[in-house]
Structure formats: structure tokens, C-alpha cells
Design a protein around this ligand. Structure first.
Ligand code: PIT
Length: 471
């Protein structure tokens, strides 16, 4: 996903701006804190030019014990692109602090909803578990382990009853290799896997935590509990839990079956996130709605293909910055198409979606179309790639929306996009060597397509014109 792809492909990571200027130049930050957690303090903020609402997490550099760890957290978050994982939009750094500009979630923690509700109906629990497992499946497919999954680290996007759920806090997350054993003790007593306590574990520690969360959702208390941390950890190490008849008599056998499969002691036998997503309990109770997918999706793919390279990149930036309300229909379609819930679409999934929608003539060039929508060359269509290719023009030709995208490319903020800036943002400068010459020629071509006054750079007028034009 992150290596330089074939010609014309770009890396979305580069679209997360990192500025060393003052945050307050671009954002009005509210004094009142949204939350204060292990992760630092978080405030609501408004983007001064677009009005977009964001959450800003502030971390004092002097208080971060391990700054490298923290930079790793940012690098991981930049790479992630999934509807159930909090989005990182940009970062700022001044002499005292680092700031993460994040998607704004106003629905509160899953933890607080559990406290309020006591426990959930199986249907509601399944809808939540499906999102948790989808995010975990996505992380594990991208070789990332979260290591601190707990209800405090899931936020609801908004206050509606069917609000989506988002994982936050990648402070303990790490990359892993297949077969790699980790030894760092990390996690929270109730949710930590026994192997983490033994000091030898792998990514399966996340599915254990998911099992603990599922247990709590259905009865309101954790499977391993005690009056002190030591007592809890003792129970976790033993790994034995029960379904107390009084509290569990109204819960289905399928739910208990899935919990047993997630809370399986031996990580080799434990269910993976993918298996859990396919478990009948999730499949039956958390049916994806059949979002109306239409012919127009394919038409949009086709139109997207015809756009210039730079416009495709700009549309990807815009798709990335859009709020959930603006893209809710597209998101529903994406989720409905994504049958296995891994957060990306294969040709097969799109073909099935179209067939199911009763589309008789599937375009013969569907495969080729998909290749062109796959802007990072990963072989599948990621969430943001899908949005970029299906965005409504009425949405994306608004000047403030385009200005926010322009700013991403105009790194030094002088009002013009240079070849060097473009190369940097598109992530084409990260590998030196063979790739370079073609990449630079490519970049110059991209600029020439749009550069009306021929000065070798792109100003905002030229940029706006490109966005409005058919091509
Ligand atoms: C919000 C609202 C809120 C808290 C947060 C975001 C926190 C997000 C966050 C994300 C991370 C992280 C720590 C905290 O490491 O009340 O929109 O990736």
C-alpha cells in the first residue's frame, strides 16, 4: 500500500499536511476540552477557511517520554483509511507542542454508553461488534496491532442511536511481521490478553480484547474481574470465565459461541477478526443494509478515469477531508459493497454488488476501470479512493473545499504549487533512484496539463479552473 506504485500512482499518506507553523493561523481552537485521557487533551476546533469542525489533540513535547514512539503513532495513523478508524487530517508542531488535527467525534465513548445503558440488546451489540471487528481486521491486514482495545478507545461519531463507532488512540500500536513475537507489556488489565502478561504474544491479542468487549456489551460487566489490578490480572492469566446463568439466560447460544472463540486461550486456535466477521452471530444480526447501488457508480468511475492526474489527486484530498454527513450515502454504498468487511473493495465485490442491484450489463471494462480508481496501486479500492471517484461535483467545486485541498499541495503557503511540492505531496520523492526520472517527468506533465499561464507552477485560479472543467 505504501510503496511507490506504477506510473501515475500516488500515496495518500502525503495528503496529511505536517506544518511547523502555528496551529492558530488555520484553526480557531475552543478553550473547553472535549476530553482528557491517557492520550493528552483534546479540544474542538474550527478550520478558519473551510469551517470544517475538527478535534485537536495537543501533546506537550516535554511530557512525551518517548518522542520516537509518538512519531511512530503519527506515521501509523497517516497510513490508515477505514470508516471505523479515526481520521488524521494534519499535524502541527511548535516549540512546545505537537498537535494532531483529527476527525471530530461528538457521540462520546463506548465506555460511557455501556455505563448509561447497562448492557445492549444482541442486535445493538452485533452492530457495534461488527464495526470493532472490521476495524481490527483492517488493522491486522495492514500488519498493525493496536494493543489497547477497550471501550474507552472507541468513540461514537455523533449522538444518533446508529452513529458509527471509531477506534482512537494508536499510542500503543505497532507494526508487526507475520510470525513475529512481541514482548512489550502493554494494555489495560480487564482487556489484556494472557499472552501479553506472559510477555510473548502476537496480533491475536487484539481479538482477545474484542472478546472481552463483546462479553461486557452483553452483560454489563467484564469476564475477568476483581477488586484490585493484581486480582484481575490473576484471573486473566488463568483465562477461565463463565456465563452466569442469571445474566446470560436470555442471550443466544451463537453469541456465547463467538465469545468463546474470541476468548480462546491459545492464540493459534483463537478466532481471527476475519473469522469473527463471518460468524453467524455477526452475519445474522448485523446485516449490512442493501444500499442502493446504481449504474451511476460505474459512470462515476468512468468519469474519474478521464480526469487529469492532478485532479484525481485533488479529488482524493477532498474526499479525505469531507465530513461523514456530506458523504453518508457514498459511505453506505461502500459498506454494502464491502462484503467481507475488510475496508477495501475487490473487482469481485463490485461485480457482485452490481449483479445484486439487478444491473444486467456489467461493463466489460470494469476491471480496467477499477485499476484506475485504485490510485495507490494496492490492487484493491480503498475507502478514500472510492469516495474520490464517486464524489458529487456540486460538493467538490465549492471554493472553500478546493482551497483546503490547494493548501495541502502548496506546502510553503506562497499561493503556488511547484513541481517539488507536488512531488513531495504525492509521495514520489521518498525513494531515490531508478524511480526518480520518470516520476519527475510525470510531475512536469501533470503541471503542464493545468498550467494555463505557462510559468511552470499552479496558482489557485488554475487549480479552480481544473476542478470545474470536465477534464
Ligand atoms: C475526538 C473527540 C474526542 C477525543 C478524540 C477525538 C481523541 C482522539 C485520539 C486519537 C488518537 C490518539 C489519541 C486520541 O492516539 O473527545 O474527535 O489517534
Amino acid at each position: 500500500m505504501s510503496s511507490p506504485g506504477p506510473e501515475g500512482k500516488f500515496k495518500r499518506e502525503g495528503f496529511v499536511i505536517s506544518s511547523s507553523g502555528p496551529l492558530t493561523k488555520y484553526y480557531d481552537v475552543e478553550q473547553r476540552k472535549l476530553g482528557q485521557g491517557t492520550y493528552g487533551s483534546v479540544s474542538k476546533a474550527v478550520n478558519k477557511s473551510t469551517g470544517a469542525l475538527r478535534a485537536v489533540k495537543q501533546i506537550s513535547k516535554s511530557q512525551v517520554k518517548n518522542i520516537e514512539r509518538f512519531r511512530q503513532e503519527i506515521a501509523i495513523m497517516k497510513q490508515l483509511d477505514h470508516p471505523n478508524i479515526i481520521k488524521l487530517f494534519e499535524t502541527f508542531e511548535d516549540h512546545k507542542n505537537i498537535y494532531l488535527v483529527l476527525e471530530l467525534c461528538t457521540g462520546g465513548e463506548l465506555f460511557d454508553r455501556i455505563i448509561e445503558e447497562g448492557y445492549f440488546t444482541e442486535k445493538n451489540a452485533a452492530v457495534l461488534m461488527k464495526q470493532i471487528l472490521a476495524a481490527v481486521y483492517y488493522l491486522h491486514s495492514h500488519k498493525i496491532v493496536h494493543r489497547d482495545l477497550k471501550p474507552e478507545n472507541f468513540l461514537f461519531l455523533n449522538k444518533t442511536p446508529d452513529s458509527p463507532l471509531k477506534i482512537i488512540d494508536f499510542g500503543l500500536a505497532a507494526r508487526f511481521e507475520s510470525g513475529q513475537v512481541m514482548t512489550t507489556k502493554a494494555g489495560t488489565p480487564y482487556y489484556v490478553a494472557p499472552q501479553v502478561l506472559q510477555g510473548k504474544y502476537d496480533y491475536a491479542c487484539d481479538t482477545w480484547s474484542a472478546g472481552v468487549i463483546m462479553y461486557i456489551l452483553l452483560c454489563g460487566y467484564p469476564p475477568f474481574h476483581g477488586d484490585t489490578d493484581a486480582e484481575i490480572l490473576q484471573k486473566v492469566k488463568a483465562g477461565k470465565f463463565k456465563f452466569n446463568e442469571a445474566d446470560w439466560k436470555n442471550v443466544s447460544g451463537e453469541a456465547k459461541d463467538l465469545i468463546r472463540k474470541l476468548l480462546t486461550f491459545n492464540p493459534k486456535d483463537r478466532y481471527t477478526a476475519e473469522q469473527a466477521l463471518n460468524h453467524p452471530w455477526v452475519q445474522h444480526l448485523a446485516q449490512a443494509s442493501d444500499a442502493p447501488i446504481s449504474r451511476s457508480i460505474v459512470d462515476n468511475f468512468r468519469a474519474f478515469r478521464a480526469q487529469s492526474q492532478l485532479k484525481k489527486a485533488a479529488l482524493t484530498v477532498i474526499a479525505q477531508q469531507m465530513s461523514e454527513n456530506e458523504i453518508s450515502t457514498l459511505k453506505k454504498i461502500f459498506m454494502a459493497l464491502d462484503k467481507n468487511g475488510d475496508g477495501s473493495l475487490t473487482v469481485q465485490e463490485i461485480r457482485e454488488g452490481l449483479t445484486k442491484a439487478g444491473l444486467k450489463d456489467i461493463p466489460p471494462d470494469l476491471e480496467q476501470l477499477m485499476k484506475e480508481v485504485d490510485s495507490d496501486g494496492s490492487g484493491v479500492i480503498d475507502y478514500t479512493e472510492f469516495l474520490a471517484a464517486t464524489l458529487d461535483k456540486k460538493l467538490y467545486i465549492q471554493e472553500d473545499v478546493c482551497w483546503a485541498a490547494f493548501r495541502v499541495f502548496d506546502i510553503d503557503g506562497n499561493g503556488k504549487i511547484t513541481a517539488e511540492e507536488l512531488q513531495h505531496v504525492l509521495g514520489m520523492d521518498s525513494v531515490k533512484g531508478a524511480f526518480d526520472n520518470t516520476a519527475i517527468a510525470n510531475i512536469r506533465d501533470m503541471i503542464r496539463e493545468v498550467d494555463r499561464d505557462g510559468d511552470g507552477e499552479i496558482d489557485f485560479d488554475e487549480f479552480m479552473k481544473m476542478m470545474r472543467d470536465r477534464k
